[in-house]
Design a protein around this ligand. Structure first.
Ligand code: HEM
Length: 405
C-alpha cells in the first residue's frame, strides 16, 4: 500500500474499526499527507495545539459549494450553501462571536440543568414502549428519538414532527463528509429546501402568536425587535442545531452502550456504582469518540515537526485517534472509569462544542436509566452496522435483548 493511502476513510474496514489505522498513523506518520490532498493529524499533542492555533481556521465549504454550481446541469446547490453558511462551524470572528452570543445562554449549564426532569421523563417513556417485549433496537428506540425530542423541545417545534426531523438530520449530517459526489450534495440541497420550508411555515404560524415558547420564537424576537440577526441566519442556525444536536448524541449513546456491552465487567462496574456515571460518560466519549474528525484550513505556511503545511492546505484533525494516544492516556484501548479525561471529544478553541452540557446530561441520564431498568441487557447481533461516514462514528442500529420484568 502506498504510504499516502494509509488513511482511507472510505473503506468498510475503516468504518468497522478505524483504530488500527490510527495506531499505525500515530506511530509511523503522525503528520500524514493523504491521497485526499489533506494533512491527517493523529497525535493528541498536535491535534490539541492546532485547534487552539489561529493560523488554522474553519473550512470554507459554503463558498466551495457555490463554486460547484457550474458543474451541475440544471441543478443548484445555493440553498445548501446559504443554509450551512450560517452554521457556527463555518463562521469566523466577529460573526462567530455575535451569533454564538445570541444562543449561548440556552445551552449554559444552568439552562441545561433545568431540562434534567424532562430528559428523564423522555428516556423513561421511550423505555416503557419496549419494556414488555424483551428486546430493543437501542438506536431506533432510544438513542435517536431522545435527542430528537430534546432539540424539538428546545426549538419549540411541534413534538409530532420529530420523525421528519430525524430523517432530515441523518441525511444532512453527511455534509461534513468530504469529498462528496455532486449527486450527494444535490440530495442534501433538496433536504435543505424541505427543512427550510418546514421552518418557514412554522415561523409564519407563530409570527403573531406570542404564546409560543422556545428558541425559534426568541430568535424571531431578536430579529424583529432588535435587528440582531437575519431570517437566513435563523433558518441556518435552527437547521444546524437540529442536525448536530441529534446525530452526535445518538452516536454517543450507541457507541457508549456498545463499549459497555462488549466489556461486561465494565457494564457490571457501572451498574454497581451508578454514582460514577459522570466519569464513566467522559471515558466512553474518549474510548469511541462520536465526532472522529474535524477540518481546518492553514491561513499561512506553518511548519509542524518538520512538515511544511502550506497556506490553503487542509488539515484533518482526528479526534478519535488523539483520544487513543498512549502518550496521553495510559493503556488507551482499555476502558478505565478512574482515569483523568479531557474535553477533546468536544473539540477545542473558539469552536468548542456549544451543546457540551446538554450532550453529557442526555448521555448520563440515558445510560444510567438503561442500566437501572434493563440490568440484563445483551447484544443480539454479532454483525455491527456502522454508518458510512468519515466524520461521525455511529451505529445505524444496535439490537439488544433483556429479561423483561
Ligand atoms: C456527544 C455529543 C456531542 C459531541 C461529541 C460533539 C462534538 C463537537 C465537536 C468536536 C465540535 C467542534 C467542531 C469544530 O471545531 O469544527 C462541536 C461543535 C459544536 N457542537 Fe457539538 N457535540 C455533541 C453534541 C452537541 C449538541 C447536543 C449540540 C446542540 C444541541 C451541539 C452543538 C454544537 C455546535 C453548535 C457546535 C459549533 C460551535 C462553534 O462553532 O462555535 N453539539 N461539537
Amino acid at each position: 500500500m502506498g504510504k499516502n493511502k494509509l488513511f482511507n476513510p472510505f473503506s468498510s474496514e475503516f468504518h468497522q474499526n478505524p483504530y488500527a489505522t490510527y495506531d499505525k498513523l500515530r506511530e509511523e506518520d503522525p503528520i500524514h499527507w493523504s491521497f485526499l490532498h489533506a494533512w491527517v493529524i493523529t497525535r493528541y499533542e498536535d491535534v490539541d495545539k492546532i485547534l487552539k492555533d489561529n493560523r488554522f481556521q474553519v473550512d470554507d465549504l459554503p463558498m466551495r459549494l457555490e463554486g460547484k454550481n457550474i458543474y451541475l446541469q440544471g441543478g443548484d446547490l445555493s440553498t445548501l450553501a446559504t443554509t450551512i453558511d450560517k452554521w457556527l462551524f463555518f463562521q469566523k470572528v466577529p460573526d462567530h462571536t455575535r451569533l454564538r452570543g445570541l444562543v449561548s445562554k440556552v445551552f449554559s449549564p444552568h439552562a441545561v440543568e433545568i431540562m434534567e426532569e424532562k430528559i428523564k421523563k423522555t428516556v423513561n417513556e421511550l423505555l416503557d414502549k419496549v419494556i414488555d417485549t424483551g428486546k430493543i433496537d437501542l438506536i431506533k428506540d432510544l438513542a435517536s428519538p431522545l435527542p430528537a425530542i430534546t432539540v424539538t423541545q428546545i426549538l419549540g417545534l411541534p413534538l409530532e414532527d420529530y420523525d421528519n426531523l430525524i430523517r432530515w438530520s441523518y441525511d444532512l449530517f453527511f455534509v461534513f463528509d468530504q469529498p462528496m459526489s455532486l449527486e450527494g450534495y444535490q440530495r442534501q440541497n433538496e433536504i435543505a429546501i424541505e427543512t427550510r420550508n418546514y421552518l418557514l411555515d412554522f415561523m409564519a404560524k407563530i409570527e403573531n402568536s406570542p404564546q409560543y415558547e422556545g428558541l425559534i420564537s426568541q430568535l424571531m424576537k431578536a430579529k424583529n425587535e432588535h435587528n440582531q440577526l437575519t431570517e437566513d441566519e435563523i433558518l441556518g442556525f435552527c437547521i444546524m442545531l437540529l442536525i448536530v444536536g441529534q446525530e452526535t448524541t445518538k452516536s454517543f449513546i450507541g457507541n457508549g452502550m456498545l463499549a459497555l456491552l462488549q466489556q461486561p465487567e465494565k457494564f457490571e462496574e457501572l451498574k454497581n456504582k451508578p454514582h460514577i456515571i459522570k466519569e464513566a460518560v467522559e471515558e466512553l466519549l474518549r474510548y469511541d469518540t462520536p465526532v472522529q474528525v474535524i477540518a481546518r484550513i492553514a491561513q499561512e505556511d506553518v511548519v509542524i515537526k518538520g512538515k511544511n503545511i502550506k497556506k490553503g492546505d487542509k488539515v484533518i484533525l482526528c479526534l478519535g485517534a488523539a483520544n487513543r494516544d498512549s502518550e496521553k492516556f495510559f493503556q488507551p484501548d482499555i476502558l478505565n472509569f478512574e482515569r483523568v479525561n479531557y474535553n477533546l471529544p468536544f473539540g477545542g478553541g473558539i469552536h468548542f462544542c456549544l451543546g457540551v452540557f446538554l450532550a453529557r446530561l442526555q448521555g448520563q441520564i440515558a445510560i444510567k436509566i438503561l442500566l437501572e431498568r434493563l440490568p440484563h441487557l445483551q447484544l443480539a447481533t454479532e454483525k455491527l452496522d456502522w454508518r458510512e461516514s468519515i466524520t461521525l462514528r455511529g451505529l445505524k442500529s444496535l439490537p439488544l435483548t433483556f429479561l423483561s420484568p
